[in-house]
Design a protein around this ligand. Structure first.
Ligand code: PHE
Length: 339
């Protein structure tokens, strides 16, 4: 019986040596130590032994059981370590390998220029006011001194939702909305989308962007308008930029002017960007018409103000020498990624 036990031990060790996973290990445990295992089978035969032999064999059997149990435990540990090492090896990260680059977007040139404009005016103390794109006829026209049948409506034909509601053709209605709610001093800019019933071509689009400005306070003069616009133009187009005011007509300003900047490419000599003019038209401006102030319950005897408005597309096209406005709306990344 002793030989049998030693044989069991030897067999168990041999099998354990060949074990390569948890399932196989469990198999060995059942085979040798389980209820129907080899060791149990031998112990069942103990009854046939003599009284002297029994304790000797019993002790040997216990020792062998303990030895096999310990070896199984060791094997289990070894398997665990091996599995961990294998995983570490497989999951090694090569920190020198080149990373995956993710494409990063950027702001649209229209948005970039709008931000720059806002920054410049904010630095001069303007705050930003917004108004609706779907606007009342009253705000877009009538309160801006453009009654029905006024010829100025022709140049700003837009899209009508009803007789009285339309897509705003300019950002100027925001002036009125602000003046109705706020008492002077007022100093706001208002960037946003506007609409006109224009066919698409290189310089027209039924939707484009404007930026409006309005200042109302006691004693505001045309000199303030000129000084402020000059400061703006120098920041936007460079320190040596000059301004030129040409008389013009807007129903909601009097006097009114169209304002040009000296060409920032050729300095005024004439080139492709300024079409050999030396000057580039950038905005419309003027002193707020007394009728408009009165309509908003602001006394033109006490207060005066100036307003200006510019097309953001136009500024972008001048700044980057873009000759077709459609490029700004086509979402072609080959074009957009240049800015
Ligand atoms: N709203 C005018 C336009 O769209 C521009 C403008 C704004 C002119 C403010 C004068 C004062 O043509």
């Amino acid at each position: 019986m002793k030989e049998q036990l030693l044989q069991i031990k030897a067999d168990a060790e041999a099998k354990l040596a060949a074990v390569d996973g948890d399932a196989a290990l469990e198999q060995v445990r059942i085979e040798f130590l389980g209820k129907k295992g080899a060791l149990t089978a031998v112990l069942r035969g103990m009854g046939k032994l003599t009284a002297e032999e029994r304790p000797v064999i019993g002790q040997l059997a216990n020792e062998i059981r303990a030895a096999i149990e310990e070896e199984i435990a060791e094997k289990k540990e070894a398997l665990k370590t091996a599995a961990l090492e294998k995983r570490l090896l497989e999951e090694t990260i090569d920190v020198t390998a080149p990373g995956t680059t993710f494409p990063v977007g950027r702001r649209h040139p229209l948005d970039q220029v709008e931000q720059t404009l806002c920054d410049i005016f904010r630095s001069m103390g303007f705050t930003i006011a917004e108004g609706p794109e779907v606007e009342y006829d009253t705000y877009n026209f009538q309160k801006l001194n453009i009654p029905e049948n006024h010829p100025a409506r022709d140049t700003q034909d837009t899209f009508y939702i009803t007789d009285k509601v339309l897509l705003r053709s300019q950002t100027s209605p925001v002036q009125v909305r602000v003046m109705e709610k706020q008492r002077p001093p007022i100093r706001i800019i208002s960037p946003g989308r506007v609409y006109r019933s224009d066919a698409v071509d290189a310089t027209h689009s039924p939707m484009f962007h404007q930026l409006e400005g309005l200042v109302v306070d006691k004693g505001i003069t045309m000199g303030d308008l000129k000084g402020m616009l000059e400061t703006f133009a120098r920041q936007m187009f460079g320190d040596s930029t000059k301004l030129r005011f040409r008389p013009h007509h807007f129903p909601f300003t009097e006097p009114s002017a169209e304002v040009d900047v000296s060409c920032f490419v050729c300095g005024g000599k004439g080139c492709r960007v300024c079409k050999n003019e030396g000057w580039i038209e950038i905005l419309g401006a003027g002193m707020v018409h007394p009728n408009v102030l009165r309509g908003c319950d602001i006394d033109p005897e006490e207060y005066s103000g100036f307003a200006f408005g510019m097309g953001i597309e136009r500024i972008v096209m001048i700044k980057y020498a873009i000759d077709d406005m459609r490029n700004l709306y086509e979402n072609d990344l080959r074009f957009l990624s240049q800015f």
